[in-house]
Design a protein. Structure first.
Length: 128
């Protein structure tokens, strides 16, 4: 049975998106995928999204731009980032501006599941 928690995975690498989607859907989450920052913003505007997992490097808008756009529009979507090569200042800016987490790729499956669970519990009271 699927719970009503919709997770957006935004990453321009289809293989990475698919692996994360498979991992998180096994937790009973509804997964929506975006291959670009522009697509991610459109999906979040259409809502509801309960958590956005944003890659830093994406075409259209990078993850930090997506995060800024949704904050400017006051969309109440908790966001976590993941990246294989984001510079430390980007991580610091994202966390200072309210990102829930910033993970280094490749992300260990248990760490990804644990952070998603923690954020959903904190923001929505969801318990797996």
């Amino acid at each position: 049975m699927s719970i009503d928690r919709r997770i957006l995975i935004a990453d321009d690498d289809a293989e990475v998106r698919g692996g994360a989607a498979e991992l998180l859907s096994a937790m009973g989450l509804i997964i929506i995928e975006a291959g670009s920052g522009v697509e991610a913003v459109e999906i979040m505007r259409a809502g509801p999204i309960h958590l956005a997992l944003l890659d830093y490097h994406m075409p259209g808008h990078d993850g930090l731009e997506v995060f800024s756009i949704i904050r400017e529009e006051t969309l109440e979507v908790p966001c976590m980032f993941w990246s294989g090569d984001a510079p430390e200042p980007v991580r610091e800016v994202a966390l200072r501006q309210g990102a829930s987490a910033f993970l280094q790729k490749p992300v260990q499956p248990d760490l990804l599941r644990g952070e998603v669970r923690r954020i959903l519990e904190t923001h929505w009271g969801w318990v797996a």
